[in-house]
Design a protein around this ligand. Structure first.
Ligand code: GLA
Length: 562
């Protein structure tokens, strides 16, 4: 069972009015949908959409790069989304010519100049061409994921043999995206999820939110990134006014109410983070490093080397050997099990006895890992594992504080005191420089709720920057700009290496902060042409938890909603 408040067994809602989904002005939203529908009709020669679905981007408040290690994260869905219109043309019965013609999957975008249309065969077994990073790759991921899910449920054959599927002539897909690309707000997952939901509905299938979250997480890996499931899960399961703690294995989404006197702000660093293109030296390399760290930790605990080599996540190892997953114990163990600095491939293969790394990562069948091992010779393990365990702890603390627990108890409290006793320190005296507890920051005695949440965000950014090395100069500069403007806390959000910063502030000074950051960070970028002033509202804005995926039926006479 997932956590209390989980919505994984529910189905994606069918919205009955635009205000169920959007906070924005209804007229401008309705106009956007009308544009989608008319682009659809133009592209597909008068055909009308059968289904329309939307799925949002997200901002992660805390818990970076730990979803693929099995730890919970704490994001919220944002108002910016991807909308997708789909229709399925069927072959005319008895029409021999049509019967023999190859069925197609035809994909287009409202902004056809920037995002060129592409046609694929209607074949769920085709491969996604990861070497050419075309935007339609994510549509193909969504398409393939539906059939993978059917296979998992032992329904693939019966669905493929159904009268409906056998008559498919052409699947038409029209997309409009409002989530800025490469911004760390998860435009790719919003696209994958919106497409998956729209196709599911158009194919007359029905999956639960949990199934959709898991299938889209797996299907997005066809694009070449070995990402965890956070982005897809929050895009599908997000809800208005609530952040969510997303759990994995099993998937679940627990409601986390945010303090009402705080406002979250998003700023784009203007450094584009192309997750799929740079995966081998950034994202996928971190996944490999964490897995190697898990293997060496299992070995440290005396596991037979062949068994240790089957370990996949740090959580798996911590749950087994570190006092049933106690994160303080795990953090202490990291220092004993893993060397400081980097390991070379040779050291890992020979000195640590892991043998051919390519075998561990099944490189013959996994091109993403194959490229990582080809292009990298050094792997940092201790720092990466320290980040993962300390960040997992921060998520827990952030949630507890949002739920009303006193920061003293949630952040330091008895566990901190117990740990200090174990390692022989006086809790109030401070922490020695090699004390593992310093990864959690100094105790937050006497801190108010708002300051403690902000401090956790600050510690998260520091850990991303120094231990996980997924920040960049522009992100650090933007974090500083928010802090100098009076934000309580700020941190990179999403994968990093570019993209966005999320900041938190007292609501009554949000506008002032935005004006200040505009002056200190963006004005010089507008002048130099790094950023376009016309995009201002998409670069720097206030955000609040928004609705997750929804299906909207199109009625040709009444417009989008029936
Ligand atoms: C990307 C991935 C997520 C997650 C974040 C980092 O957004 O898609 O699964 O790993 O990076 O927290």
């Amino acid at each position: 069972m997932g956590a209390v408040g989980s919505k994984q067994h529910a189905r994606v809602p069918k919205a009955s009015k635009l205000s169920d989904v959007y906070d924005d002005n209804e007229n401008s939203v309705a106009t956007r949908y009308d544009t989608l529908v008319s682009a659809f009709k133009t592209q597909f020669e008068g055909e009308k959409p059968k289904t329309i679905a939307r799925s949002p981007g997200r901002v992660n408040l805390i818990g970076e790069h730990i979803d693929y290690e099995g730890y919970s994260v704490l994001p919220m869905a944002i108002g910016l989304d991807v909308i997708v219109a789909v229709s399925v043309a069927l072959k005319e019965e008895g029409n021999v010519e049509e019967d023999e013609a190859e069925a197609t999957l035809s994909i287009a975008n409202v902004d056809g100049e920037k995002y060129m249309p592409k046609e694929f065969p209607f074949d769920h077994e085709q491969e996604v061409d990861v070497k050419s990073h075309h935007w339609t790759n994510y549509v193909l991921c969504g398409f393939k994921g539906i059939f993978d899910q059917l296979k998992k449920q032992n329904k693939l054959e019966s669905v493929l043999e159904s009268a409906f599927m056998k008559r498919v002539k052409k699947v038409m897909v029209m997309v409009d995206g409002k989530v800025p690309l490469g911004s760390g707000l998860s435009s790719s997952s919003a696209l994958n999820c919106a497409v998956t939901v729209a196709l599911m509905d158009a194919f007359e299938l029905s999956f639960t939110k949990g199934e959709l979250s898991e299938l889209t997480c797996l299907s997005e890996r066809y694009s070449g990134t070995q990402s965890g499931g956070m982005d897809q899960a929050i895009s599908i399961m997000g809800e208005k006014d609530l952040a969510k703690r997303i759990d994995f294995n099993p998937i679940g989404a627990m409601d986390v109410p945010l303090p009402t006197n705080l406002t979250f702000l998003i700023g784009n660093s203007c450094a584009v983070s192309k997750k799929a293109e740079s995966a081998h030296k950034h994202y996928n390399l971190r996944v490999v490093e964490c897995r190697l760290a898990a293997i060496l930790m299992a070995k440290h605990y005396g596991e037979d080397i062949e068994k240790a080599k089957t370990r996949v996540t740090l959580r798996e190892v911590a749950d087994l050997y570190c006092n049933k997953g106690d994160l303080w114990t795990a953090l202490g163990a990291v220092r004993k099990a893993l060397n400081e600095g980097s390991y070379t491939k040779k050291q890992l293969e020979n000195d640590e006895g892991l043998g051919d790394l390519r075998k561990i990562f099944d490189c013959e069948n996994n091109e993403a890992f194959n490229v990582v091992l080809q292009k990298n010779d050094t792997f940092k393990l201790r720092d990466r594992a320290r980040h993962v365990f300390s960040e997992a702890r921060r998520v827990h603390e952030f949630q507890k504080i949002c739920e009303g627990q006193s920061p003293r108890y949630a952040v330091s409290g008895p566990i901190y005191e117990h740990w200090c006793k174990v390692i022989g320190l006086e809790p109030d005296v401070g922490v020695a420089s090699d004390d593992p507890t310093k990864d959690f920051g100094h105790p937050m005695y006497g801190m108010g709720k708002e300051d403690a949440l902000a401090k956790l965000m600050h510690l998260s950014h520091e850990s991303c920057k120094t231990q996980y090395e997924c920040s960049c100069d522009e992100l650090d500069e933007l974090v500083d700009a928010f802090m100098s403007a009076g934000a309580l806390g700020a941190r990179l959000t999403g994968a990093g290496w570019g993209g966005c910063v999320v900041a938190v502030c007292e609501s009554d000074i949000a506008e002032e902060i935005l004006a200040d950051v505009k002056k200190s960070f963006y004005e010089k970028r507008f002048q130099s042409g790094v950023a376009n002033i016309a995009d201002e509202t998409n670069l720097l804005f206030k955000t609040a938890p928004s609705a997750g995926a929804a299906i909207l039926h199109y009625d040709d006479e009444k417009g989008v909603i029936v």
